[in-house]
Design a protein around this ligand. Structure first.
Ligand SMILES: [Zn+2]
Ligand SMILES: [Zn+2]
Length: 255
């Protein structure tokens, strides 16, 4: 494992103070410095999308974050590549996410995940996410919500350019095989998140024969956790996922 960690080039999932209300603790520069200290060659700044009313990046600050990344990119160009991403939120079960179309251009990558604390676009989506997802006594309802959650993700990856789906199955259940099948078609990766339990080894075992890639993400909310991929690497190894299928081991330009 030590050996595997030393070959990791990138961390695809880190938060900064742009995740508002003190949710992310470090500045972009601090995450970049931490990534260099952790031996990385690429760092992705992926704050919560603007549809998260507690922690989401303020829409007006997306351009500011872009400019900051561009400045630091220059400054650090001989040490590390810096990318601006975002962790977009599902805000509608009809397949809507929270990145306005005219803001997509500011991001190098858009990751997507389900989160609590999101402002849903319609009443049905809110009720489905918040309440129906919590009905656990009925298998029939459980199967129904699992399918609906999965379909919402699939609708988004089919029309938007999503790089990876963060912690699939965390917060709400998803049908991981159905999702992997869709990711095969769209070229979307699935994340093994080091701060959350998903993807689990069980999920990885179910989907490892699909032609999909994986990303590892520290999901660091403090600079000192940037590049902390221990738990994700352990799951990847336990499930026997070859590093050739994990994007963290390749430079972005070689993918
Ligand atoms: Zn997340
Ligand atoms: Zn995150």
């Amino acid at each position: 494992m030590e050996n595997l960690r030393s070959k990791v080039i990138a961390d695809y999932h880190t938060h900064t103070i742009y995740s508002k209300n003190n949710h992310g603790k470090g500045t972009i520069r601090e995450n970049v410095e931490a990534a260099i200290d952790a031996g990385l060659k690429e760092i992705y700044i992926t704050d919560h999308g603007p549809g998260h009313y507690l922690y989401g990046i303020k829409k007006d600050l997306i351009k500011t974050a872009r400019e900051e990344v561009d400045r630091l990119k220059e400054e650090y160009s001989d040490r590390i590549d810096i990318f601006l991403g975002v962790e977009a939120n599902v805000v509608g079960y009809d397949g809507t996410y929270d990145i306005p179309e005219d803001y997509e251009k500011y991001f190098d990558i858009i990751n997507l995940g389900f989160h609590n604390g999101v402002v849903f676009k319609d009443f049905y989506s809110y009720v489905h996410y918040r309440f129906i997802n919590n009905i656990k006594f009925s298998k029939k309802i459980r199967d129904y919500v699992t399918k609906k959650n999965t379909e919402a993700l699939i609708k988004i990856i089919e029309k938007e350019n999503i790089f990876t789906i963060t912690h699939p199955g965390d917060k709400v259940p998803v049908d991981i095989e159905m999702l992997a099948k869709a990711c095969e078609k769209t070229g979307t990766a699935l994340e093994i998140n080091s701060s959350h339990k998903n993807l689990t080894v069980e999920q990885l075992n179910l989907i490892k024969d699909y032609d999909i890639n994986f990303t590892l993400g520290s999901d660091a909310h403090r600079p000192q956790y940037v590049g902390n991929l221990k738990s994700a690497l352990e799951r990847m190894e336990k499930a026997g996922i070859d590093s050739s299928r994990v994007l963290n081991f390749k430079r972005r330009n070689d993918q």
